[in-house]
Write a protein that binds this ligand. Structure first.
Ligand code: GLN
Ligand code: ZN
Length: 759
């Protein structure tokens, strides 16, 4: 058995590429300097992979920003507005990735979207009717040669034509059909070039095959590869899929002339069934995705090897593979000095996954029971220190149906709350955070480093809260917030206060471009040792006559932005978090907080890729988890939630089932499209569709905001509408924030006035 990986992280073990690229953006280093850093990163990784014994080593998996964009550029798919800049290839590429403002012109960046169900974002490359699709650069060959010069034979990898055509944005009249002939031609040409270069295998990634496919999709895929494969020359082609199974096209795929097929056995719930039901051709290699490219737990050798045995017993020639690119896990465990060795033994980051592949390869061919590596792995799964908390487990076990249902029903609560709060029509509020100034951040980091006392730290925050409340009162907002000055991040803040979480120091994962995140790890059963937000919220409430919202992050978002456990279900982990947040909700209520917002910014993020799985695999527990959090409050305690970063139009009924009293969401950039769906689906929850975009420093005018409000009122009954910006304000400065919110309040007052006659 041989081994392979689909791709490797590329931001640098110490985020070297990030820092150098940012320097390049600031004109502090030259392109040659940046290219040298990139070359060094590639060299280190190839040599490391070779030394680990890996049989199939990828090349062209490096990227300065995003691999999808690289593929578009490779095939000359660059919108005219970027070509017209007439800057260097690298700068034109960065202009697409992040916009360009300078001597050569002024263009915005391409849109960015989540890459499947990961927290990585790809650039939505755009194609115009007159784009000439052709092979436009020699990058794939160059990287192959670069590795070869180091003595490393690699397998060039790139996004395949089907996924490319499916994910491109079409600016004109033309569609995928119009480009498929030229694109097939360009891929054939690339394969021939690589064949002539002596390359033996090329990997074409087609993750789009794991979605629900239409008849047209299947036809498009076949058309593309029936054109490409006969003209590929002597090179072998691996069709690589990941993030799910390919149930809609498995039979067509195995019938095509691929030399290898990569299937995901971890997220592909039906992969094994497909292989066993329809067989796997004996003249092809099966690249079996069994080492998790998305999570950081050690591979379970027994389970992997049992599956290897089972597949090999069917006469299948196997290559043991990662389940997806290792891009989605951090580099290496070694520098994590603050993690106890007992804990560390349970993790495998990219570098450790290379060792795992090597060990598995060895074990597959030996009497594994006698092997120390196998025994050590068995021992890991027999016991994990400090993970179990019997009390938490019993509490989850004991959740009764009634705990998912808040009483009385929404309509009755709505009337009671209106009477109790006596808020004006179109109440105004914000999403929670206010500008995180340098001083606010310094206060937190000084405290964390032990440079200032707890007292000094808290004093500063109390003053910041006072200042923030005064400003909100002056602006004239109705429902106030404390400002979230104590929080670095909406998930990390809670993770740090919950029992059962672990934190790393260097375990960065690329989120997009030069941005990385460091997701915390859910190690064990989750509980809340003590209140997490109550003192800040009650302090704020004690300082104003207005209502102050308590601010929490919801259980699904906390889960989705962490590395989850694999030994218990996501549902169980989420319910554990939900119970902890529930206790916080009840504490806030007991301390006099009458409105509590529970953010579920990332609810949509892990929605399964196949629509048929949406409810059974996800929403059927994600929505109840949210209900569990708030079902215990009084009728007159108002529960808000907030969502952003995604489209919600298709899950509106599920959002209503969260049974919150009010939901605010990001809508201003999508031109409030969501309103039609709310209306069509008779959405009950009160809504605050964001009336201006906070992701830009622009101050919206009163008239603009009035236009947004009118649009909302066209579709939603005025009694149900709240007025707020579309997301938290922490990335903004005070000046534009105050100005924008003043306009928001003024616009609201004017619209209220217009509506007075009707009320
Ligand atoms: N309450 C959070 C804030 O205002 C919500 C952030 C978010 O939606 N991403 O920052
Ligand atoms: Zn938001």
């Amino acid at each position: 058995m041989q081994t392979s990986i689909i791709g490797y992280p590329r931001i640098g073990a110490l985020r070297e590429l990030k820092f150098q690229t940012e320097k390049y953006f600031r004109h502090e280093i030259s392109e040659a300097d940046l290219q040298e850093t990139a070359r060094q990163i590639r060299q280190d990784q190839w040599l490391k992979q070779k030394a680990s014994g890996l049989d199939f080593i990828p090349s062209n998996d490096f990227s300065f920003y995003d691999g999808f964009l690289d593929t578009a550029v490779l095939f000359n798919i660059v919108p005219k507005r970027y070509q017209d800049l007439q800057v260097s290839d690298l700068d034109s590429y960065f202009a697409q990735a992040r916009g360009y403002q300078g001597e050569a012109g002024d263009v915005k960046a391409l849109a960015m979207k989540k890459w499947f169900n990961t927290n990585y974002h790809y650039m939505v490359a755009e194609i115009e009717d007159d784009t000439v699709v052709k092979l436009a650069n020699s990058r794939v060959v160059d990287h192959y040669r670069e590795a070869k010069a180091l003595g490393v034979e690699t397998q060039p990898s790139l996004i395949g034509p089907f996924t490319l055509l499916k994910k491109l944005r079409y600016l004109g009249q033309k569609t995928a059909q119009d480009f498929k002939a030229d694109l097939s031609q360009a891929y054939s040409q690339l394969l021939q070039t690589l064949a002539a270069e002596g390359v033996s295998w090329v990997q074409l990634d087609e993750p789009d095959l794991v979605y629900d496919l239409s008849v047209e999709d299947i036809q498009l895929f076949q058309d593309l590869y029936q054109a490409i494969l006969p003209k590929k020359g002597a090179v072998k082609v691996l069709l690589q899929t990941y993030f799910g199974d390919i149930r809609d096209i498995y039979q067509e795929v195995i019938a095509l002339d691929f030399d290898g097929i990569g299937l995901d056995f971890l997220e592909g719930r039906k992969t094994l069934e497909l292989v066993e039901k329809y067989g796997f051709p004996s003249d092809k290699l099966l690249f079996a995705g069994l080492v998790n490219g998305k999570n950081i737990w050690r591979n379970h050798y027994q389970e992997t090897l049992d599956l290897v045995d089972r597949l090999e017993a069917q006469g299948i020639a196997l290559v043991l593979n990662s389940s997806c690119s290792l891009l989605h896990v951090p580099y290496r465990l070694a520098p994590e000095e603050q993690l106890k060795a007992d804990y560390k033994a349970h993790f495998a980051f990219a570098e450790e996954k290379l060792q795992e592949l090597q060990e598995l390869k060895h074990l597959a061919g030996s009497d594994r029971q006698a092997e120390p590596a196998y025994q050590a792995n068995q021992a890991l799964f027999a016991h994990r220190p400090d993970a179990d908390d019997a009390k938490v487990q019993a509490r989850v076990q004991g959740i009764e149906e009634a705990l998912f249902n808040r009483q009385p029903a929404f309509a009755e609560r709505e009337a009671l709350q209106k009477a109790a709060f006596n808020l004006p029509l179109l109440p105004t509020t914000t999403i929670g955070s206010f500008p995180q100034t340098k001083e606010v951040k310094k206060n937190r980091s000084d405290f964390k480093k032990g440079l200032i006392s707890r007292e000094a730290y808290e004093d500063f925050n109390r003053q910041a809260i006072d200042d923030c409340l005064r400003r909100q009162e002056e602006i004239g907002l109705d429902v106030l917030v404390h400002g979230e000055f104590e929080r670095n991040d909406m998930v990390e803040y809670f993770g740090e206060r919950l029992q059962g979480y672990l934190f790393t120091q260097y375990a960065w994962v690329q989120s997009y471009g030069t941005r990385c995140v460091k997701p915390p790890i859910i190690w064990g059963d989750i509980s809340r040792p003590q209140a997490m937000t109550v003192p800040w919220s009650t302090y704020a409430q004690s300082r104003t006559e207005h209502l102050v919202k308590g601010m929490l992050t919801g259980p699904v978002t906390i889960l989705n932005w962490s590395f989850p456990r694999e030994d218990i279900s996501l549902k169980t982990s989420t319910y554990q978090i939900a119970l902890a947040i529930r206790d916080e909700v009840l504490d806030l209520e007991a301390q006099g907080i009458r409105i509590i917002q529970i953010d579920e910014a990332a609810l949509r993020e892990k929605l399964p890729l196949r629509q048929t799985d949406w409810y059974s695999q996800y929403l059927d527990w994600a929505i109840p988890a949210f209900r569990l959090v708030h079902s215990g409050v009084q009728a007159t305690t108002q529960i808000h939630t907030h969502m952003c970063y995604s489209e919600f139009t298709d899950i509106i009924p599920a959002i209503d089932q969260m049974d919150a009293d009010v939901i605010s969401f990001e809508a201003s950039r999508s031109d409030l499209e969501i309103l039609d769906s709310l209306k069509a689906q008779n959405f009950q929850t009160e809504v605050g569709p964001g009336v201006y975009d906070i992701h830009s420093p622009r101050v919206p005018s009163v008239d603009e905001i009035k236009t947004s409000i009118r649009k909302i009122l066209d579709k939603v009954a005025i009694q149900k509408v709240w007025i707020n910006p579309d997301c938290g304000l922490k990335t903004r400065g005070w000046e534009e924030t105050s100005a924008s919110l003043k306009h928001l309040v003024q616009a609201t007052e004017e619209i209220r006035h217009e509506n007075e006659r009707t009320f």
